[in-house]
Design a protein around this ligand. Structure first.
Ligand SMILES: Nc1ncnc2c1ncn2[C@@H]1O[C@H](COP(=O)(O)OP(=O)(O)O)[C@@H](O)[C@H]1O
Ligand SMILES: [Mg+2]
Length: 261
């Protein structure tokens, strides 16, 4: 079997049984319906927030520190629960999932954090293996899939290096590889460039865009205005407990034009 057909087989294997149901493909990937959330009395993060994310979109989520960017993402992967309203993922109400079915939800979601969250004394390959083991991917396919993903994030041949010996930008590439290795429908990125210098931040943004080009939906939370300005993309601004949708992006500065096209 050549490499290409192996990958097709793996792709089919990864997708099999992971979907909630076939009709989910026709629905929006994520829906927030009239969401209310507060952690303290008299101070709410969301007050009637509505939002819809279609399959294949790349969407920025922004807002000041404390506006609720991380909370918005957490509601999708059931790390927080709404006080009222519904969050739907692939047509299923996340708040109604039982503890047993939350791992199945998370198999469809890859998450990237600001602080990478790799196991530092594991190799790159060891950091990428658990998500595939959880999916019961056969051993011989695990190595093939990891090599393919390392190639995709620009780290071909680096699999045996310890995570702790990599630079920050490289560690974030490993974290992105870990997020996509199981072929999730959705990638959630919570300030993924927050620990990186500006040029690396743009490189990492580009990597998420490449991933999006392959059909994966990306929700990219950042308060870094310079990143938002260089791409004319849909932006969701969290403010006063609501989501303000800016379909064409915030970028109006002349600096943005050089990047477009
Ligand atoms: N687990 C939590 N317990 C208590 N308060 C929280 C918790 N998570 C978030 N908050 C509060 O909710 C608000 C929104 O936080 P967060 O979603 O982290 O905002 P952002 O990511 O936009 O900075 C903040 O006021 C924060 O202090
Ligand atoms: Mg945050």
């Amino acid at each position: 079997m050549n490499t290409a057909s192996k990958q097709r087989t793996l792709g089919a294997f990864l997708r099999a049984g992971k979907r909630f149901d076939a009709s989910a493909a026709r629905r929006p990937l994520v829906v927030f319906e009239n969401i209310f959330k507060s952690f303290r009395e008299r101070s709410s993060v969301f007050r009637g927030l509505n939002l819809q994310i279609e399959r294949g979109e790349f969407v920025f989520v922004t807002g000041n520190s404390g506006a609720g960017k991380s909370t918005l993402l957490r509601l999708i992967y059931a790390d927080q629960a709404a006080d009222a309203g519904r969050v739907l993922f692939m047509g299923r109400e996340v708040g109604n999932l039982t503890a047993d079915s939350i791992p199945f939800l998370r198999r469809n979601i890859g998450i990237v954090f600001q602080d990478f969250r790799l196991v530092p004394n594991w190799t790159v390959v060891e950091n990428l293996t658990p998500p595939l083991e959880v999916l019961s991917v056969p051993r011989r396919m695990i190595r093939t899939r990891i090599n393919e993903v390392l190639d995709r994030v620009g780290l071909a041949g680096r699999g045996q290096e310890l995570a702790s010996t990599l630079s920050g930008g490289e560690q974030q590439r490993v974290a992105i590889a870990r997020a996509i290795v199981g072929e999730p429908a959705l990638i959630l990125a919570d300030e993924p460039t927050g620990n990186l210098d500006p040029q690396l931040a743009v490189d990492i943004l580009g990597l998420f865009e490449d991933i999006n080009e392959t059909g994966v939906t990306v929700l990219f939370a950042t308060h870094d205005r310079s990143l938002l300005d260089i791409r004319p993309r849909r932006v969701i601004v969290l403010d006063e407990g609501q989501a303000l949708d800016v379909p064409g992006g915030l970028g109006v500065s002349s600096a943005s034009s050089g990047y477009v096209g």
